[in-house]
Design a protein around this ligand. Structure first.
Ligand code: CO8
Length: 262
């Protein structure tokens, strides 16, 4: 992945099997706009195909994960522009990625930035991170899934309060409320922590990881009975893989599994 160069992203492979994507538009606190999102989508798609990569970490800078959609770009747009051209529809494409994505959130994750963080499979943050959906202050509402993902993430009353007031949520609180799976002391530890987890995930069978992500995500769309049935079918399917034989044999022989990802 490092062979490709991007204008608004830095992409590296700091650990075996792990790609790190850093949003890189420092002048505007990583404010999101179409050229950046287009690069992010292309990058995620490429990493999905890259057999050397097992998990992805998405981060910003210590000051800002992303301070939202670019307000200066949006300001002159009309209803015809945004509805007619499906403005921000493609911003959701990150969720089409099959490999696990961990967002490491430091500094501001506001509006579209908060929404982008929540598109990841796991959210980590530092204690001083600032999550928020301040769109109400601009005369609009969240537009990239915030009203849905935040509500599922922290519950209706808390999500409603955040979205109606535009007040920020600290990283510490985000951890307490379950928006973030882990809270770290500072930005560096947060990114390192995300890389550690990504490396662990990348060390497992790619097939099992892909299936695990798929079944957990299904829980967001299906009722419990259908969801459990879906899970069982996918579980059964994995008995057709080499990795199931390898993993279970290695356990019985007290050896480390050497996955073939087949
Ligand atoms: N858009 C455009 N430029 C921005 C944005 C933004 N969202 N955020 C910061 N910037 C720019 C500033 O204008 C400033 O530029 P300049 O130096 O040219 O004046 C530069 O970044 C640095 O920012 P500040 O000087 O303001 O830095 P501070 O440390 O004083 O403040 C804040 C940081 C509190 C984050 C402040 O910049 C701020 O309030 N930003 C706006 C936050 C916001 O309202 N975000 C929500 C945007 S609306 C939205 O996201 C709608 C989502 C709809 C769908 C999106 C799909 C993903």
């Amino acid at each position: 992945p490092s062979s490709q160069t991007y204008e608004y992203l830095k992409v590296s492979t700091p650990r075996t099997g792990v790609a790190l994507i850093e949003l890189n538009r420092p002048k505007a606190l990583n404010a999101l706009f179409t050229p950046l999102i287009t690069e992010l989508n292309a990058c995620a798609k490429q990493l999905d195909k890259d057999s050397s990569i097992g998990a992805i970490v998405l981060t910003g800078s210590p000051k800002a994960f992303a301070a939202g959609a670019d307000i200066k770009e949006m300001a002159p747009k009309t209803f015809g522009d945004v509805y007619g051209n499906d403005f921000i529809e493609s911003w959701n494409d990150l969720t089409l990625t099959k490999k696990p994505i961990i967002s490491a959130v430091n500094g501001y994750a506001l509006g579209g930035g908060c929404e982008l963080a929540m598109m990841a499979d796991i959210v980590y943050c530092s204690a001083s991170a600032n999550f928020g959906q301040p769109e109400i202050k601009l005369g609009v509402i969240p537009g990239a899934g915030g009203s849905q993902r935040l509500t599922k993430g922290i519950g209706k009353s808390r999500a409603m309060e955040m979205i109606l007031t535009g007040d920020n949520l600290s990283g510490t609180k985000a951890g307490e409320w379950g928006l973030a799976a882990k809270v770290f002391e500072d930005a560096e530890k947060c990114v390192e922590g995300a890389l550690d987890t990504a490396e662990k995930i990348a060390g497992y069978s790619r097939l099992a990881v892909k299936a695990a992500k798929e079944v957990v995500n299904k829980s967001q769309d299906l009722g419990i009975r259908e969801g459990v049935e879906f899970e069982r079918r996918v579980f059964h399917g994995l008995f057709g893989s080499q990795d199931q034989k390898i993993g279970m044999k290695a356990f019985a022989e007290k050896k480390k599994a050497e996955w073939t990802h087949e």
